[in-house]
Design a binder for this molecule. Sequence first.
Ligand code: 5RP
Length: 220
Amino acid sequence: MNPKQIAAEKAVEYIQDNMIVGLGTGSTAYWAIQSIGARVKAGLRIRAIATSVESQNLAQELGIPLVSFTEIDEIDVTIDGADEADMNLQLIKGGGGALLREKIVAAASRKLIIVVDESKLVQQLGRFDLPVEVVPFGCEMTLRKLDRLGSTVHFRTANGERFLTDNGNYIADCSFGRIDDPGQLQHHLNNIPGVVDHGLFLNMADLVIAGYSDGNVKEF
Ligand code: 5RP
């Protein structure tokens, strides 16, 4: 079994009958959704809310009942991936471009479980370029402001076009190098008007589950 699948299947053990479950996005969350789908088929009764159109489509294919925020007050548990996780459970997310919906769902969750393979565990955040979601209007100005924060920035592309998020925005991938003070960076990013949100998920995760290539799984 691959390490992403190992971590995802361990996380799914936290799901119980009647829970509202947040479904993450990406290749690790994929395994969690597959495993939830198998449990639903076997009789587990849950309702789920997805963090992307991709995960929503997968959940529908697997017969996982979906709800929207109009029908619920809070989410019991969300299982999502990450691009980096440090030992204080601080994260960089958004490699798949779903960071805004992921953060909304995470913030509505009583428990956020992050599933990763061992390659995502870091001493300090910053090796992975920080994804920042920006509105198209004035995006060149927003990019200059991100640049002035000390990063090397470029718009993400897909098939030769600017990548569009599920919300119709762009992603600016920002290379800050080692991030010494994530809280301060978050503060600066939140103060740029064209920035919708960013991939720093600070003090949000309750548990990180890491899968290892030797078959081990560890919880932090
Ligand atoms: C998507 C995300 C993903 O959770 C993150 O990119 C990790 O993806 P993967 O599990 O495919 O490595 O934040 O926006």
